[in-house]
Design a protein around this ligand. Structure first.
Ligand code: TYD
Length: 201
């Protein structure tokens, strides 16, 4: 392995991304030398501090400012963790990545897709995921305590439209899975697709 494998999981809050990531990583650890799971925003000291700031403390008034905070956390994570791991040949599994900003900040909050896309490209050094999994579920998640998760149904519907649009732009990069199936069924579909990627490496 020389360029590693970059897999990201996306979807609205509460569709079971974390459970699937744990299962994927446990399964992959028996097959490849290095598997790394990271979450956004977070995964570095700066990223975790920004995560706490944006999710628990301060609500940005400007959607551009909010995006740039996510982008700062992403830049730190990509440069210090993700790209070095990929260079070692690792499989990196990300809980949210560039597409979250398109869906949440652009479609959800009305920021121009072009701005999000251009900054995302710079931030990831053009290293986009080899596979992005959209766990597509109920667009009206249970209300949770976090500030970002208090948003209304229309907001989540727009976020869903964002994911739908992203899939249309690059269907070969995406695997769309109905998250209302059982966790075992979902995991089976993810395994099948990742297996194909591993065989092609
Ligand atoms: P988190 O608690 O990780 O939610 P989840 O368990 O659903 O992944 O919080 C991440 C929140 O931040 C989530 O509501 C989506 C939002 N977010 C953005 O709005 N833009 C981004 O670029 C990223 C990475 C996350």
């Amino acid at each position: 392995m020389t360029s590693g494998l970059l897999i990201s999981l996306e979807g609205i809050d509460g569709v079971g991304k974390t459970t699937q990531i744990e299962r994927i990583c446990a399964w992959l650890r028996d097959r490849v030398d290095e598997v790394l799971a990271v979450r956004e925003p977070g995964g570095t000291p700066l990223g975790e501090a920004l995560r706490e700031l944006i999710l628990q403390r301060v609500e940005a008034q400007s959607s551009l400012a909010e995006f740039l905070v996510f982008a700062a956390a992403r830049a730190e994570l990509v440069e210090t963790v993700v790209l070095p791991a990929l260079a070692r040949g690792a499989v990196v599994v990300m809980d949210r990545f560039i597409d979250s900003s398109v869906s949440y900040q652009a479609f959800g909050h009305g920021l121009a897709v072009k701005i999000v896309d251009q900054i995302n490209r710079v931030v990831v050094h053009e290293r986009t995921p080899d596979l992005t999994i959209w766990l597509k579920g109920d667009p009206f998640p249970m209300a949770r305590a976090d500030r970002v998760e208090e948003r209304d149904a229309q907001y989540y519907a727009r976020v869903e439209q964002g994911y739908q649009w992203l899939v249309q732009q690059e269907p070969q990069r995406w695997l769309v899975v109905d998250s209302r199936q059982s966790p075992d069924e979902v995991f089976g579909l993810l395994q099948e697709r990742i297996e194909t990627l591993l065989n092609d490496m």
